[in-house]
Design a protein around this ligand. Structure first.
Ligand SMILES: CC(C)(COP(=O)(O)OP(=O)(O)OC[C@H]1O[C@@H](n2cnc3c(N)ncnc32)[C@H](O)[C@@H]1OP(=O)(O)O)[C@@H](O)C(=O)NCCC(=O)NCCS
Length: 144
């Protein structure tokens, strides 16, 4: 079973040890960077993704200060655990959680153009292209 748990002092070292291939490292900020960011941006919520008791990935939700929308700022699955449906399940979980917020109506996410896995994943989850970019990344959104 997949579950999301907040990153705390009990599990952050495990989170820092999650790995991506060399090629994938250019697609996303490191978990170390993201955890530093979360420390100074209280609007960010970092989550560890667990398969049973094993940490297999990381995601970071944020309510962006600029547009006041829900964003998934980071999503990664350790290279040894990719292709097993974990990112999809973790995203479904965070999306369900976000949907409880009736004061907002959309979730945004961005990816480096050419990141085919991310684009296919987000489409499968119902995200659509906005035609907009942020920091050279393509923005997709899911209205709820
Ligand atoms: C993108 C990423 C999170 C996907 O994680 P994952 O657990 O392997 O994905 P899942 O097994 O849940 O796959 C769900 C869907 O994503 C898409 N997908 C996943 N990997 C894919 C690949 N290598 N090529 C094409 N589509 C892919 C498919 O649509 C897949 O559905 P399907 O199995 O029915 O075809 C993972 O590859 C990763 O961590 N990449 C590096 C970091 C990154 O790019 N993060 C996104 C930043 S925006």
């Amino acid at each position: 079973m997949i579950k999301l748990e907040e990153v705390t002092k009990k599990n952050y070292l495990n989170c820092l040890s999650l790995k991506l291939s060399k090629e994938q490292q250019g697609l996303i900020a490191s978990n170390a960077f993201s955890l530093a960011q979360a420390k100074f941006h209280p609007e960010c919520s970092p989550y560890a993704i667990y398969k049973d008791s094993k940490m297999v990935g990381f995601l970071m939700h944020c309510i962006d200060e600029d547009d006041n929308n829900h964003w998934i700022w980071r999503l990664m699955i350790d290279t040894n655990h990719q292709g097993k449906g974990y990112a999809y399940q973790a995203m479904m979980m965070i999306i369900d959680k976000i949907k409880e917020d009736k004061t907002r109506d959309r979730i945004l996410i961005s990816f480096v153009p050419g990141n085919k896995a991310a684009e296919a994943l987000y489409k499968k989850l119902g995200f659509v292209h906005t035609g907009r970019y942020i920091d050279d990344e393509k923005i997709m959104q899911l209205k709820y």
